[in-house]
Ligand binder design. Structure first.
Ligand SMILES: [Zn+2]
Length: 278
């Protein structure tokens, strides 16, 4: 395993209000991730983490290590670095989320089209060869190491990773990566289907999407289906999106859902030694 990767296994201390009323029923895991954590979005990240702490929900914080959205690289923001260390200490997981979270020119035409349509231009790892991806991943790990942060997982911007990027992740010793529909366990070469719900702030379907997040959460909890909720900084600028996301999380908790980080999820899969099932 790459020396800059490390594992942690702390559990977030859960407050009394967080004991799920549905604890007697068959439990199922769900993962909450906070996307695009960087100096430029530090306030939004802190807002989401406070909401999650209040519910005793350990989350995976997806950190962009390089300069992003006009802000500096992560190590230049000592306040955010200290915040992330404290969050990790409380049981949240820190994970790598691209390098600059920016699209890159090149690749076949169909990959360029998907990058624009699906990742809104942020498919940074969508058209990279294995050597290109390896070098960008190493650069990200180096920047995180400068902030004394080690990670075991990766979520590509836009949830898009090229085959070369996937091979580079495995070669560097990452334990998992995530796509929009699944969590991919690199240690065992297996994937667990686990759809991710996220808002589309500012889009034409914004309010319908907000209702969908709550509706889909109800459907998943009814069938005890593992799923994920992705929180983005831009959600907080739009009316109703924060409350819809929190309503979905509260519903999952009340229905007996077990909030886990990605790292805890793949650790549990490995301990069971079976397929990546709940
Ligand atoms: Zn992102």
């Amino acid at each position: 395993m790459d020396g800059r990767l490390r594992r942690t296994g702390r559990a977030l201390r859960r407050g009394p209000r967080c004991r799920p009323p549905g604890a007697g029923r068959v439990s199922f895991p769900f993962v909450v991730s906070v996307h695009d954590v960087a100096p430029a979005t530090a306030d939004e990240a802190a807002g989401w983490v406070a909401d999650l702490d209040a519910r005793g929900v350990p989350a995976t914080l997806l950190v962009i290590p390089g300069p992003y959205a006009g802000g500096p690289a992560l190590p230049d923001d000592a306040e955010l670095v200290a915040f992330l260390h404290r969050a990790e200490h409380r049981g949240h997981e820190l994970s790598l989320h691209g390098f600059r979270h920016a699209g890159r020119p090149g690749g076949p035409a169909w990959r360029r089209a998907v990058n624009l349509a699906v990742a809104r231009g942020a498919g940074e790892f969508w058209s990279l060869t294995e050597p290109q991806a390896r070098s960008l991943l190493r650069a990200g790990l180096d920047v995180l190491a400068d902030a004394d942060i080690g990670v075991v997982g990766f979520t590509p911007p836009g949830w898009l990773a090229s085959p070369g990027a996937r091979r580079a992740l495995a070669g560097l010793g990452f334990r998992y990566w995530t796509s929009q529909l699944a969590v991919h366990d690199l240690s065992r070469g297996r994937s667990g289907r686990m759809p991710a719900l996220s808002h589309r702030p500012g889009g034409a379907g914004e309010q319908a999407g907000a209702r969908l997040m709550v509706g889909a959460t109800r459907a998943f909890t009814r069938t005890r289906t593992p799923f994920r909720i992705a929180l983005h900084p831009a959600d907080l600028a739009r009316p109703g999106l924060r409350s819809a996301a929190l309503a979905a999380i509260d519903h999952a908790l009340a229905a007996g859902g077990r909030p886990v980080t990605y790292e805890a999820l793949v650790t549990r899969w490995a301990a069971r030694g079976a397929g990546p099932t709940p």
